[in-house]
Write a protein that binds this ligand. Sequence first.
Ligand code: HOZ
Length: 429
Amino acid sequence: MNYTKSEKLFEEAKKYIPGGVNSPVRAFNAVGGTPLFIERGEGCRIFDADKNEYIEYIGSWGPHLFGHNPKFILDALKSSLENGTSFGAPTELEIKMAKIISELVPSIEKIRMVNSGTEATMSAIRAARGFTNRNKFIKFEGCYHGHADYFLIKAGSGALTFGVPTSPGVTAANAADTLVADYNDINSVKSLIQENKNEIAAIIIEPIAGNMGVIPASNDFLSELREICTEEGIVLIFDEVMSGFRVAKGGAQEVYGIAPDITTFGKIIGGGLPVGAFGGRKDIMDTLAPVGPVYQAGTLSGNPLAMSAGLAALTHIKENENLYNVLEKKSKYLEDGFKENMKKLNKSYAMTRVGSMSCLFFTEEHVNNFASALTSDAKLYGQYFHKMLEKGIYLAPAQFESMFISTAHTTEDLDKTIEANYSSLKELL
Ligand code: HOZ
């Protein structure tokens, strides 16, 4: 393939933007080569500046559950645009958005809109701290909750990919109240609680981790977490920025049948526009200003364009009962294809999947936490990424991310991907 224009654009971008990108994983550092500059998307395909076409499995890192540019989202955006782009004052759209989210996710009694997943998790922790009058919180090694200082401690996603899970720039004081437990290991949580009795405000977790590759929490682990939080007066926060409306209409909490106290959202709820939200128990949410003393605000929060696109996405989800069965079928088809390929090649790399989120790890170990995720051969993933790219398949340019399937992927697209997977692995092994 010819990447001349992307290469030129990248050189130009590096002059003005750190690393040439506005989010590190996009720079392809983890896989080598030049990032592709994307011109447009259509269904499950993207087209780069050199007019190369790819079947893609990033979906803007999660939002595009229906592929790029579904008509119902474009129509909603167009008609909203006619009315104005931002008012910094309440609109009826925000009520509709809050209502539909609480209808689809029953644990949400009240919700507040923000502009990104990072803002959502940041605000959720502040609310939990204000509510409990405690300072510390527990996160899990390899989970990623955006880039607020106190979350960048043993974090996943780009932080992990770039070897800075604990980032410089995060002061010791900032990190002091962050306690880190092992994913899927309830004893590590119990010890931290024991050592910090009555000091822990919240436990925040991705119930389906999507930022150290895809790793689902075990049912028992999450149930015990729920019990412990209730007993100890700790606010349980599910970070469903990725899994919300992705793995089921009610997110991971519907899949597991476990209700957190607070949930954070992002990605799909914006229909491709920048949005985040956090919500849950009324008594906790009502600690927020102007009802309570916990301050949280934003000029563009509840932005009408973002609300219109998000509302269109969520309405589509609500009205299409069969949507998640379709996604499950497509995703299983791809998983079965990849597994069959590995069988033929005498390999048993770990492949994890929950609904339309999946990950192929280049390790034969069972992957269920951060340490086992790290046994994956990330260098081999980089080579695999390029083999797939040459064949017109665009995957996440880093091992520790998720593969996202949309309703726009057809059986033909999936078959092409399975074939590319077979020949790429064969060439590499
Ligand atoms: N590491 C982010 C997803 N988990 C990437 C976000 C982006 O580059 O847009």
